[in-house]
Ligand binder design. Structure first.
Ligand SMILES: Cc1ncc(COP(=O)(O)O)c(C=O)c1O
Length: 398
């Protein structure tokens, strides 16, 4: 089916919540996607930091196919072997001890919020339930995670919000200390703000915050929905900051494209949850867990992260070359393969021109382009994508 006919059907029956481009993606291979009219795109977006092993990855495809032939779903009334194995791998490779599986980033953060409140209520009683988050943060679209999201424009049509959240400017220790009083049970950080514009949390501030939290038993929650699983050059973004969170949330890349999320916690925190406190019908089901397991087995292989860091250095150097070439571009920021290029003007028209030129990416804030390619993107795919970006920026130059 052509882009146009797919679009027409969608407009009739799919709810109008996304400002979609008039293109339908129908097939992918590595870091290339193809639309309904057969046009090829270089994918610097990876489904917004999801398809970390590229499209139609044979290892992931094989794992999902085998699991689908064996057992798709059975419910969390029973133990699920791939779920247990995935939990083990996640814990062995992070500072966490226990995992709760769900289906998305918002749900993983909901789990974290509930866990923090239960931990605090059990230990300190009522009234210590406030959660601090950063201005410009993004934590999801459910009511609690929307409230946690420190961006007013997401809130305005959905009032009243959930009670017990407050916001602090990022990288401002004094503002944090002022609000982190006896009513606060947790603070949520993003190691790098993703939707907020690719702004990294300062290492020193993160360490001071972690120490302040530890002294007062305020739980440090790392929302690693976008930064987790190799994206920042380390397996988890908190590892770039030299801090250990008490709770961490994952989703996006965890299933490499199959929906799965996770709330991870250190043992002493995880203990607050007992049977009946939290649940999800689909959470960590055999299919999603098999995908997660294939992803984790791949990215923890010897040498995998070294290659990611080489790719990231190459990708960044190509963006820096663009800054040299085009006077209106300003700087490159971010870590690993989570990068932004300031274009010094509205980024949306540039993004649209990139799509037309066969290049997929997204924006970071109003004036920057955001790059979240697959971790295994090839040098040739990077070169081709950068060529298309150069062509677009040269048009903007004129
Ligand atoms: C840091 C962060 N947290 C949470 C979410 C929400 O994830 P989901 O869309 O899977 O609910 C996102 C999505 O962009 C995110 O970037």
């Amino acid at each position: 089916m052509s882009n146009q006919s797919i679009k027409e059907l969608g407009e009739q029956h799919v709810m109008n919540t996304y400002g979609r481009f008039p293109v339908a993606m129908v097939r992918g291979e590595g870091s290339k996607l193809y639309d309904g009219d057969g046009k090829e795109y270089i994918d610097f977006l990876a489904g917004i930091a999801v398809t970390l092993l590229g499209h139609a990855n044979p290892v992931l495809t094989e794992a999902i196919t085998e699991q689908a032939k064996t057992l798709l779903h059975c419910s969390n009334y029973y133990w699920i072997e791939p779920q247990n194995q995935l939990a083990e791998l996640l814990c062995q490779n992070s500072c966490m001890d226990k995992v709760f599986f769900c289906n998305s980033g918002a749900e993983a953060n909901e789990g974290a919020i509930k866990l923090a409140r239960k931990y605090s209520a059990m230990k300190y009683g009522e009234g210590r339930h406030k959660i601090l988050t950063m201005e410009q943060s993004f934590h999801g679209r459910t009511l609690a995670t929307l409230t946690a999201t420190g961006q007013e424009h997401f809130h305005k049509d959905f009032l009243p919000l959930i009670e017990g959240f407050d916001y602090i400017p990022m990288n401002n220790m004094a503002a944090f200390e002022e609000k982190a009083d006896a009513s606060v049970c947790a603070v949520i950080i993003e190691p790098i703000q993703g939707e907020g514009g690719v702004f990294p949390l300062d290492e020193q501030v993160a360490q001071e915050m972690a120490a302040y939290c530890k002294e007062r038993d305020i739980l440090l929650i790392a929302d690693e929905v976008q930064t987790g699983l190799g994206r920042t050059g380390k397996l988890f973004g908190y590892q770039t900051l030299g801090v250990e969170p008490d709770i961490m949330t994952l989703a996006k890349a965890l299933g490499g494209g199959v929906p799965i999320g996770a709330t991870l916690a250190k043992d002493y925190v995880a203990k607050a949850f007992v049977p009946g406190d939290h649940a999800s019908t689909f959470g960590g089901n055999p299919l999603a867990s098999a995908a997660g397991l294939a992803v984790m087995q791949t990215i923890t292989q010897d040498g995998f992260m070294e290659e990611v860091n080489e790719t990231a250095a190459y990708f960044r150097s190509k963006l820096e070359e663009l800054v040299e070439k085009h006077p209106f571009t300003e700087d490159v920021r971010g870590k690993g393969l989570m990068l932004a290029l300031e274009v010094g003007q509205e980024a949306k028209p540039v993004l649209k021109a990139c799509l037309e030129a066969g290049l997929l990416l997204t924006t970071a804030g109003k004036t920057a382009l955001r790059f979240l390619p697959a971790l295994n993107i090839s040098k040739e795919e990077i070169d081709e994508g950068m060529q298309r970006l150069t062509d677009v920026l040269s048009q903007v130059d004129k």
